[in-house]
Write a protein that binds this ligand. Structure first.
Ligand code: IPM
Ligand code: MN
Length: 352
């Protein structure tokens, strides 16, 4: 008997559940077409639950989630909850507790019509960002001194371990090799100012690079990386960077690939349980209106299936998404697609 993939589903807040529903529709169709079995378990973590119970994540959550083959997440963030509580308490807690040390964010343009950059085509915008996902400024280290006084100082420390940096960089080189396109890894840092953190990153980067003589290794400061992403995105293949810079440049990446409606990512623990999500937020103002673009969530599902070894299904979903984008949608933005959320999901199923 073939394996049953156990998938935990966290719809989360705002439009999260709506886009995840479309993903689940696609999952069901893909499973019957590509002959695999799966089982889903829904979890109600998010703002509503927090407001009702006062609990962000139950104590059993991490233990339970560890038993799954993958986690499929919608969005976290609620207008009625102070910013930071849910993001830290759910999203970051899961990333850290499950040691999802890679945040893999493909930046891929499907149709030139949806690119804000002049004269750029799908051939020009096709790279991935490997964002370190377990350390850096996200570690939450720091302190206030003289809080509330005129002499107040706030420290926020970037925490970088050699082991943490090395496993991330190694993943990037492996990924570039497997991807087999331009075979180039660019370290995005700030060695001219952050002379501790990125000194370590740079030393480890060139040391690891020596083991990958078939992959080119280069360096760009983060500010220059932003410039090149707009001016010459075709230069990039795999960008590897720390948690904070990765957060920032992947929002820019999402914009050049057509917006938050299409940008997907995976929080990956190559040896453990990974969690896949559309990288946009919970979009409260579009909630419940059946107007949000579900393609980012559907692409996240394709990444999830790829991770589970269902490569054929993953490729078919990606191809279907490309076809729907190119042949049907008039925009990738919420409310402007020419179709509703559920109709876009149906189109992806139909083209599978
Ligand atoms: C992301 C988000 C999160 C992050 C927030 C919600 C904590 O912006 O996934 O990029 O900063 O990592
Ligand atoms: Mn972000």
């Amino acid at each position: 008997m073939s394996k049953v993939h156990k998938i935990a589903v966290i719809g989360g807040d705002g439009t999260g559940p709506e886009v995840i529903n479309e993903g689940l529709k696609v999952l069901e169709a893909a499973a019957s077409k590509y002959n695999f079995k799966y089982q889903t378990n829904a979890y109600d973590f998010g703002g509503e639950r927090y407001l009702k119970t006062g609990e962000v994540l139950p104590e059993s959550a991490v233990r339970e989630l560890r038993e799954f083959d993958a986690i499929y997440l919608g969005a976290i963030g609620h207008p009625g909850v102070k910013p930071g509580i849910l993001e830290k308490g759910i999203l970051l807690t899961l990333r850290f507790a499950l040691d999802q040390y890679i945040n893999l964010r493909p930046v891929k343009l499907y149709d030139s019509r949806f690119c804000p950059l002049k004269d750029k085509t799908p051939e020009d915008i096709d790279f991935v960002v490997v964002r370190e996902n377990s350390e850096g400024l996200y570690k939450g280290l720091g302190e206030f001194k003289n809080k509330g006084t005129k002499d107040e100082v706030a420290l926020q420390i970037s925490y970088n371990t050699r082991k943490g940096v090395e496993r991330c960089i190694r993943y990037a080189f492996e990924y570039s090799r497997k991807r087999n396109r331009k075979k180039t890894v660019t370290l995005c840092g700030k060695t001219n100012v952050l002379t501790y953190a990125f000194d370590l990153w740079e030393r480890v980067f060139y040391k690891v690079a020596k083991e990958y003589s078939d992959v080119k290794a280069g360096y760009a400061h983060v500010d220059a990386t932003c410039m090149w992403m707009v001016k010459n995105p075709e230069w990039f293949d795999v960008i590897v960077t720390d948690n904070m810079f990765g957060d920032i440049i992947t929002d820019l990446g999402a914009m050049i690939q057509g917006g938050m409606g299409i940008a997907a990512g995976g929080n990956i623990n190559p040896e453990g349980v990974s969690m896949f999500e559309p990288i946009g937020g919970s979009a409260p103002k579009y909630t419940g209106k059946n107007v949000i673009n579900p393609l980012a969530a559907i692409s996240a599902l394709a990444m999830l299936l790829n991770q589970l070894g269902e490569e054929e299904a993953a490729v078919a979903i990606d191809n279907s998404v490309v076809k729907v984008v190119r042949e049907k949608l008039i925009s990738l933005a919420a409310g402007k697609m020419g179709y509703s959320t559920t109709e876009v999901g149906d189109l992806v199923v139909k083209n599978l």
